[in-house]
Design a binder for this molecule. Structure first.
Ligand code: AMP
Ligand code: GLY
Length: 424
């Protein structure tokens, strides 16, 4: 079976790595891919993921038996709808279903309609509406752009004035179309959990839960990023909580989307805040998370291809995944400057030594091959991932691998999984 994965980040490298283990996968393609994905033996096809015509061109070229969509932008562009029209089997939600991620106002109104727990919010469309909207909130206040903004669309404002300024900038076009509508949201405190499920439009099965580290700096300081590291361990969500989340969040979403005529197939990523009053949904993503996918797939002992097929063919059941009890962790190595402007083209050394460590996989994100040398080519460069019998040993192994690797200006957090480790 020929499989094409769309994307070129750490998440896609992990997907390719796992799909390669499936006995029925004969050939792998990735558009556009990266140096690590090519090293796995996948054929990389140049592709602009911001353009539907470029995506379709890549898919036609690969002529795959299955397409797996990694990132959100192709979903928002209607890749799944177009591939289905052409008779190409594809794993992921349609454009209408992907509104759960591509439009925060859609997603918030949907959650309100279906009584899914989420923080209070007010939507504004014009500067003149800001003042009265803010009267509903006390500081801190969360300001969100309505559309996709690659992690840059959320501002936590410490005062009403700061919230008003942030909203004005968004409405004034600081993030382009994404900020044409703005939401103010109640600020919640608690631990964030990434709870992912797979659905076939009717049934759902949970994946193991993970925790991301969004801020750039140790101790959760500095600006938000796409995610600087994640881990997955049994008990992060216990059996009772998993049942609760399926019953009050995941299943109501799938039932609600079906009832509204936009059945949801694919991965549904529930970004949760575990508050003192219970879990609340901060956001939905209509895809695997990055970097959560790297540690999650490290724990998957069953065939990923079969899970994708079960979703497409309407056969999702609890048995679709088999998980290892072993914890796993991914440490993201980023370029200096990230999440702001960064320098690319820096040679990376030590990858082989890191990969040779027991239980370690180095997934590539922003990397490129130049004159036979692997160089940095993006903000997030590598996801150094390890699985071991205890979280402590997985963490130690991942950081041992990180220390093997070197490139100019590299930065990484040294405290991934700190909430689950005893203070050193
Ligand atoms: P989102 O894209 O909506 O998930 O927001 C990005 C990040 O901003 C989240 O992962 C949280 O760390 C933070 N955030 C978003 N909404 C809230 C909220 N209502 N209260 C506290 N933090 C939030
Ligand atoms: N790690 C957060 C995301 O994938 O959106």
């Amino acid at each position: 079976m020929k499989v094409l994965v769309l994307g070129g980040g750490g998440r896609e490298h992990a997907l390719i790595w796992k799909l390669k283990q499936s006995p029925r996968v004969t050939q792998l393609f990735c558009a556009p891919g990266n140096a690590g994905i090519a090293h796995e033996g996948a054929t990389c096809i140049p592709c602009d993921l911001n353009r539907l015509d470029s995506i379709i061109e890549a898919a036609v070229k690969a002529a795959p038996d299955l397409v797996v969509v990694g990132p959100e932008v192709p979903l928002m562009l209607g890749t799944v709808d177009e591939l289905r029209r052409r008779g190409i089997p594809v794993f992921g939600p349609t454009q209408a279903a992907a509104q759960l991620e591509s439009s925060k106002s859609f997603s918030k109104a949907f959650m309100t309609r279906h009584r899914i727990p989420t923080p209070l919010y007010v939507q504004v469309h014009a500067v003149s509406e800001i003042k009265s909207a803010l009267a509903n909130f006390s500081a801190p206040i969360v300001v969100k752009a309505d559309g996709l903004a690659a992690g840059k669309g959320v501002i936590i404002a410490n005062t009403r004035e700061e919230a008003a300024e942030a909203a004005e900038a968004l409405l004034g076009g600081s993030l382009g179309e994404a900020g044409r509508h703005v939401l103010f949201e109640e600020f919640l405190e608690g631990e964030e959990i990434s709870f992912l499920v797979i659905s076939d439009g009717e049934r759902v099965a949970p994946l193991v839960a993970a925790q991301d580290h969004k801020r750039i700096g140790d101790g959760d300081t500095g600006p938000n990023t796409g995610g600087m590291g994640a881990y997955s361990i049994n008990g992060l969500v216990d059996d009772n909580m998993r049942e609760w989340l399926l019953r009050h969040i995941a299943r109501p979403v799938i039932d609600g989307m079906a009832a509204e005529g936009a059945p949801y197939t694919g991965i549904l990523y529930c970004g949760l805040m575990m508050t003192a009053k219970g879990p609340q949904v901060l956001e939905f993503n209509c895809r695997f998370g990055d970097p959560e996918t790297q540690p999650i797939l490290m724990r998957l002992d069953s065939d990923l291809l079969e899970a994708f097929e079960a979703s497409i063919e309407g056969r999702i059941s609890d048995g679709v995944f088999r998980w290892s009890p072993d914890p796993s962790i991914c440490v993201v190595m980023a370029t200096g400057g990230y999440p702001g402007p960064y320098l690319a083209g820096k040679p990376i050394t030590g990858l082989e030594r890191a990969n040779a460590l027991d239980g370690v996989r180095v997934f590539h994100a922003g990397t490129d091959l130049r004159d036979g040398q692997i160089v940095s080519a993006g903000g997030r460069v590598l996801g150094v991932t390890a699985r071991a019998t205890t979280l402590e040993s997985a963490v130690a192994r991942a950081y041992e691998a990180v220390r093997c690797i070197s490139f100019d200006g590299m930065q990484y957090r040294s405290d991934i999984a700190h909430r689950r480790l005893k203070p050193r």
